[in-house]
Design a protein around this ligand. Sequence first.
Ligand SMILES: O=C(O)CCC(=O)C(=O)O
Ligand SMILES: [Fe+2]
Length: 155
Amino acid sequence: FLSPILERISSCPAFKNVDPDSIVLDQLTVNEYPPGVGLSPHIDTHSAFEDIIFSLSLAGPCIMEFRRYEDGDWCPKVESPEDGSNCIKKAIYLPPRSLYKEGRYAWHHYIPHHKIDKVNDRIIRRASRRVSFTLRKVRAGLCKCEFPQYCDSQR
Ligand SMILES: O=C(O)CCC(=O)C(=O)O
Ligand SMILES: [Fe+2]
């Protein structure tokens, strides 16, 4: 099941000039989200995995939200992005059968616990469960990224 997905990733035009050894993905996490169930905010642990992460969404759609804080810490109470709040907020719609690549070293990400998402004027119903396959590369040494405020290897 995974071989064609891994082949598709490595033949992606974005990797044309990239050393193939640097994109060997050797770890898989499978998550199942029943309708309305989300994912709590987190930054993936830097010391455990390399920055490169791919996630394949299957079954139902969802919206994943991202927040970037300058000082690194999650702050549950956030004003709207328009009023000069303390973080940058982004949201990405993940339709079924979509694959996203994300460098997550500086971004908290989460899936709100909703059954209905509103995107601009569209209503998106999470009618079915979502299953995600997240592919990563296990890190061999300490993380030396440029984001010490988010990095468990450097804090
Ligand atoms: O379900 C997803 O696409 C993301 C899962 C995730 O963020 C994680 O396993 O760290
Ligand atoms: Fe994550």
